[in-house]
Design a protein around this ligand. Structure first.
Ligand code: NAG
Ligand code: NAG
Ligand code: NAG
Ligand code: NAG
Ligand code: NAG
Ligand code: NAG
Length: 181
């Protein structure tokens, strides 16, 4: 419950902050181990990944399946830093660092929180024209135990595929936000 109330609070804070600038567009999806919320503005898309469980690393990949998805993998480190690694995989094998991802992802600190009640990691990518965003998610309980974006990863505990409608409008109404969670 605490996890979910914290998530509502964070989502509301962001909606409240951005609503001055107009309507917030984006969409949300929850798999069994993590939720992904995407917020769109004129220049950037912010992806917030929230763990619903113990978390070592979390990832969102752009594509319909793990193979060839453009992945953004993030994890917290014991020194308090956050690592972000953009990778691809040729199959159901460990993804390798992508030296030239089509969209560079940047950690978004305001929506990145690691605490005893909340593990949420966020990144932004430049906005593109995609509306129906096909994506995959993955979460592993095991931390890479290295800050390097090249660190080797222990395989995910679960993963899945989803689509987000990036032209959807968020209703800044707590009842609605509750329904997404
Ligand atoms: C768009 O969102 C990004 C990340 O949330 C933020 O840094 C940027 O200032 C926003 N731009 C506008 C025009 O609101
Ligand atoms: C959105 O993308 C998914 C996955 O590619 C596809 O199954 C779905 O039909 C698409 N929806 C629309 C309205 O294009
Ligand atoms: C990761 O690997 C690439 C390619 O081997 C290398 O260029 C880069 O310096 C490495 N980065 C780190 C932080 O080790
Ligand atoms: C999750 O991963 C850990 C180690 O990474 C493993 O020990 C455990 O069995 C996994 N659990 C599930 C449900 O896959
Ligand atoms: C996405 O949301 C917009 C705005 O609500 C809607 O008009 C459009 O039909 C939706 N597209 C899909 C693929 O669901
Ligand atoms: C929020 O949504 C609920 C249920 O749809 C509605 O009853 C309520 O009036 C809404 N509140 C606001 C401030 O729009």
């Amino acid at each position: 419950m605490i996890w979910r109330f914290s998530l509502i609070f964070l989502v509301l804070s962001l909606v409240a902050r951005q609503s001055h600038a107009g309507n917030v567009q984006g969409d949300n999806f929850c798999g069994d181990l993590m939720c992904t919320t995407a917020f769109v503005n004129s220049t950037a898309i912010t992806y917030q990944m929230t763990a619903l469980t113990q978390m070592g690393w979390m990832a969102v990949g752009f594509g319909t399946q793990m193979t060839d998805a453009k992945m953004v993998i993030m994890w917290p480190n014991s020194d308090g830093s956050i690592s972000l690694s953009q990778r691809t995989a040729t199959g159901h094998v460990e993804p390798v660092p992508d030296p030239s991802p089509p969209r560079i992802a940047t950690t978004y600190q305001p929506l990145t929180t690691i605490s005893s009640t909340m593990n949420t990691l966020s990144f932004t990518v430049p906005k593109d024209d995609t509306v129906n965003q096909s994506a995959v998610w993955a979460l592993s309980f095991t931390n890479p135990d290295s800050t390097s974006p090249n660190a080797s990863l222990i395989i995910h505990n679960d993963s899945g595929a989803f689509t987000l409608n990036l032209s959807k409008e968020f209703d800044p109404n707590i009842t609605q936000i509750r329904e997404w969670l």
